[in-house]
Design a protein around this ligand. Sequence first.
Ligand code: NAD
Length: 260
Amino acid sequence: MGSLLEGRTILVAGVTMDTSIGFATARVAQEQGATVLISNFGRALGITRRIAKRLPAEAPVLELDVTDPAHLAALPDAIREQLGEDATLDGLVHSIAFGNPETVLGGRFVGAPWADVAQAIQVSSYSLMSLAHAVRPLLSPGAGIVGLTFDASVAWPAYDWMGVAKAGLESCARYLARDLGADGIRVNLVSAGPLKTLAAKAIPGFEEIESGWKERAPLGWDNTDAEPTARAVCALLSDFFPATTGEIVHVDGGYHAMGA
Ligand code: NAD
């Protein structure tokens, strides 16, 4: 237990399983004193409700499809319903991505249909802005927004249009940092190494991305342990990074810094 996030209220969007980076983040945030709400969408919501009970303290589960304008518009009231009329948010974690594995991932870059590319970009990049915009009335000065990326500065095997969506997310975070900075709101990303989550398993050829990671990363890498990533997210949410925004912190064992 610690007190890094004592007294803070944080929404973690994108929790399905206990392998989800969002789940590890919610757990670490609670261990550090935060009040946490989690969200998910569609059929996975039932799983999230069960998984919420495995947190140190059962977290309220909100329904939120980031592509549904009605869900986004209703979000502040849904949060007030859980936390009271004068609820504020001190942190928002965007842990959401989707790309159709049949069309935009797994080596089908050239020829991918726009409708599926558009969906990947809407869910995985644009939604950082739409979610931040939705909760903006509740965000307190000094609040942190943190999203999850996978290093979009290079091309990876199989990652294809999700790589393009992540490049969009990284740029989106910088523009949001520019526009929300005047309100004292910080926007940062954590660039995680490969972790065996539902989203990762859905990528045909994911093994090719992660092969050799452990060996090349100077600190090594455990692809079943989301805790280092979750801790970095919590650190960025905390007031230990008061003057940092528009930043990307790598949590990848140091892989990104090695040439070979
Ligand atoms: P995950 O599948 O556990 O989480 C992804 C979440 O996104 C799920 O809860 C899913 O329901 C949610 N989601 C998808 N479409 C949505 C929509 N329309 N509205 C609301 N929620 C939606 O997988 P994860 O690996 O924990 O992914 C979390 C984030 O971390 C993603 O942005 C992912 O790209 C990123 N990331 C993952 C890895 C990795 O190797 N697993 C590495 C770097 C970054």
